[in-house]
Design a protein around this ligand. Structure first.
Ligand code: VG1
Ligand code: CO
Length: 546
């Protein structure tokens, strides 16, 4: 096996965001762009002898080409083995599981998650460490530093590797092996260990109807194996389950805007199925729907925490919970009642890893349709769907009834997120600067019935490794416990996206049926007033409301 050292020129824009490096496919297709980033990853790591790398992606356009390049670079950079998902496909949670199960040194996930795919869409790459979770900031910062200075990369001369046939390809007199694995089976086995499959099977054969939308993305084959083959669901309960390179031209983002087909089916009146769910491009997000009913991700996390002991894997209780800062405080109330700790971290799954490794938390979640537990170190879409099915099977209530009784017990953290996408970066920055400039004068000011208590730019102190992360989102906290949070997205590839997160607490059962947009109408106006968002961006309405 010949190893070539290729001269290259550094790019200055390879800074990983909330979840890896995401750029337009065309950017990744520039000569050396992918190679530079991959070499910067490998140079950051201290690759031991006999190390294995897990590798796979969400199947989007450029996935196959990228896999061939990364396999050759892994061979040249001292890896002894690469485990590749069949057809180059691994969902993000499956990759996390593969890293843990086969004790690999790390893994590379090729995904731009919920972003659009295809030749004009986005591509992405991120590195996961040996606990199966996204690399912490210390590593991503180093990758970025090296990427700005890189002058050459290493690549082995290997023939194209067959990633479609299960089994091994051996190179270099046995010193380098590529093994194509059936990650679907590994992942389905894990799910079967965690959940009460016989209870779910009984539920699904009882006349209970479910509808799952894979959004033409990575979870299709996993859903087929789990729901149809192992749990006996009908074929018709699955939709869009064949992964496509451009996700059928859509946005593989499971929310009320982009999972339009499913939403139509679930909001069709009495004839709608009892339960609906969707997942995103790389399978780590989930949206949960009941018959004509939407479950806010923050509430979903709270409901799962409150009912965890109904699931075999959590029957003895959970150690603690964690949520990202913009996620509502609904789970905090459950944690208080269960008398377990609740941690508040910055946005992005990488901040949960230390807490899970230290055994401090079992369940984690984000308002952005991400929920998971310490069974892996990523968020996990199908896991959340199975958790809900397990809870529904055990409680014998509808999704809506579960939420109503949860709110009656804990009160309701009414919640919504408004996204303003693809805003010119300068305009977005002035919005944020304008809000920050009011920090000295906001506390004590009243807006209608709401009085500002404090405001700040959230900083996180990691209690496990002592690291501190600053500038993680602006919080405006009101006297009555309501909140407005402003953040700039770290996953977009076009201009800037401003996210406004709105939350108000309502203990009154008589209000619990209210639509969140109605219940939060005054907060929405206050957010627009404080930020001058409309004036500064020329945007009248959000692009996405969840
Ligand atoms: C968004 C979400 C965040 C999530 C991240 C990755 O980040 O808000 O909660 O962890 O996407 O999710 P941002 O910086 O755009 O707000 V995924 O499913 O795209 O990997
Ligand atoms: Co995702």
């Amino acid at each position: 096996m010949q190893i070539q050292t290729i001269k290259t020129t550094a790019f200055n824009d390879q800074k990983p965001g909330t979840s890896g490096l995401r750029k337009k496919v065309k950017v990744f297709q520039q000569t050396g762009y992918l190679e530079n980033f991959v070499q910067s990853i490998f140079d950051t790591l201290d690759v031991p002898d006999n190390a294995t790398l897990a590798l796979g992606g969400d199947g989007r356009y450029f996935n196959r080409q990228a896999i061939q390049i990364i396999v050759r670079m892994a061979a040249a950079n001292g890896f002894a083995r690469v485990l590749v998902g069949q057809a180059g496909i691994l969902s993000t949670p499956a990759c996390s599981h593969i890293i843990r199960k086969y004790k690999t040194f790390g893994g590379i996930v090729l995904s731009a998650s919920h972003n659009q795919g295809g030749i004009n869409g986005d591509f992405g790459i991120k590195y996961n460490i040996s606990n199966g979770g996204p690399a912490p900031e210390k590593i991503t910062d180093s990758i970025f530093d090296l990427s700005k200075k890189i002058t050459e990369y290493k690549i082995a001369d290997l023939p194209e590797v067959d990633v479609d046939t299960l089994g091994q390809s051996i190179f270099n007199d046995g010193k380098f092996t590529v093994e194509v694995i059936d990650a679907v089976q590994d992942y389905a086995d894990l799910m079967q260990e965690l959940f009460d499959f016989s209870a779910i099977k009984k539920l699904l054969s009882s006349g209970f109807k479910m509808q799952f939308d894979a959004m033409h993305a990575v979870t299709g084959p996993y859903a087929q194996e789990i729901f149809v083959n192992r749990l006996g669901a009908s074929e018709s309960s699955l939709m869009n389950c064949i992964p496509s390179e451009d996700f059928g031209g859509g946005h593989p983002d499971p929310n009320l805007t982009y999972a339009e087909d499913l939403v139509k089916i679930m909001f069709a009146g009495e004839s709608s199925p009892d339960f609906g769910a969707a997942s995103d491009g790389d399978g780590d997000r989930n949206m949960i729907l009941g018959k004509n009913f939407f479950v806010t991700p923050s509430d979903s996390l709270a409901v799962l925490a409150a009912n965890a002991t109904l699931v075999p894997a959590y029957a003895n209780g959970i150690a603690g919970v964690a949520r990202s800062m913009p996620t509502s405080g609904a789970v905090d109330r459950v944690a208080a009642k269960l008398n377990i700790p609740c941690y508040e971290t910055p946005t992005g799954w990488k901040f949960f890893g230390n807490l899970m490794d230290a055994g401090k938390v079992t369940l984690c979640g984000e308002e952005s349709f991400g929920t998971s537990s310490s069974h892996v170190r990523e968020k996990d879409g199908l896991w959340a769907v199975l958790f809900w099915l397990n809870v529904l099977a055990k409680k014998g209530m509808s999704v809506e009834q579960i939420l109503m009784s949860h709110w009656a017990e804990f009160g309701r953290n009414v919640y919504s997120r408004h996204d303003y996408e693809a805003i010119p970066t300068d305009a977005a920055n002035t919005v944020i600067a304008h809000i920050k400039s009011q920090f000295p004068s906001l506390p004590g000011q009243s807006f209608g019935g709401y009085k500002v208590k404090t405001c700040d730019d959230f900083s996180y102190h990691d209690s496990i490794d002592g690291s501190i992360s600053h500038n993680q989102g602006i919080r405006i906290l009101f006297e009555d416990g309501s909140r407005i949070v402003f953040r700039l997205s770290g996953t977009g590839t076009e201009g800037a996206t401003i996210r406004i997160y709105l939350e108000a607490f309502d203990p009154e059962v008589k209000n619990h049926h209210l639509d969140a947009q109605v219940a939060l109408a005054e907060m929405i106006q206050i957010a627009l007033k404080i930020s001058e968002l409309k004036e500064r961006t020329g945007r009248d309405t959000p692009t996405v409301i969840t």
